[in-house]
Write a protein of this length. Structure first.
Length: 178
């Protein structure tokens, strides 16, 4: 990418980050282009859809969540590590304006933020399943979808409420004790 194209892309992502923080995932693309000092065509050349732009806005933040999953994977309690990570994902999604809408609405592609989260959380889920503390039929995509739905529901309340709801929902992932 040429230097001026790289600069324009960075300006667009910065303007979009500010607009999404202020107005949410449906911030005006025209206003973002104007704030970045580029035309609408330039914005669309770099980001062919709203979701592509949102992926760029949230990519670094999602990478941090993915790194956190890696940190937790070495803990002594596999179920606790998975629960902690899912709660942190819910809190972060609830408190980062526009993130949960972006995660729910964006197309599922292998490079998407949602796919990154599923991939990062899978070792936590697999380890807990291998230890028998999570049902074997629970898939990581199900858990991430559950967290996204809870974060969306709690978006107008609080991060604490999102965490409480995730913990409540996760009780259902335990193997039955008959």
């Amino acid at each position: 990418m040429r230097v001026d194209a790289q600069r324009n892309r960075a300006l667009i992502v910065t303007a979009a980050s500010e607009a999404v923080a202020r107005d949410g995932a449906y911030a005006s693309l025209e206003e973002i282009a104007r704030a970045a000092g580029v035309g609408s065509a330039t914005l669309h050349r770099h980001f062919p859809s709203r979701w592509a732009l949102l992926e760029a806005v949230f990519h670094d933040r999602v990478e941090a969540l993915c790194a956190r999953a890696g940190e937790l994977s070495t803990g002594p309690d596999a179920r606790q590590a998975l629960t902690t990570w899912l709660c942190e994902l819910a809190v972060y999604s609830t408190t980062t304006r526009g993130l949960v809408t972006s995660l729910l609405r964006a197309p599922q592609e292998s490079e998407s933020c949602s796919a990154m989260l599923v991939t990062a959380g899978e070792p936590l889920r697999r380890r807990a399943a291998e230890e028998g503390t999570v049902r074997a039929d629970v898939e990581m995509i199900d858990l991430v979808t559950l967290v996204k739905a809870i974060a969306l529901a709690a978006e107008s309340t609080s991060a604490a409420e999102a965490e409480r709801l995730v913990r409540l929902a996760l009780e259902g992932m335990s193997p039955s004790r008959r």
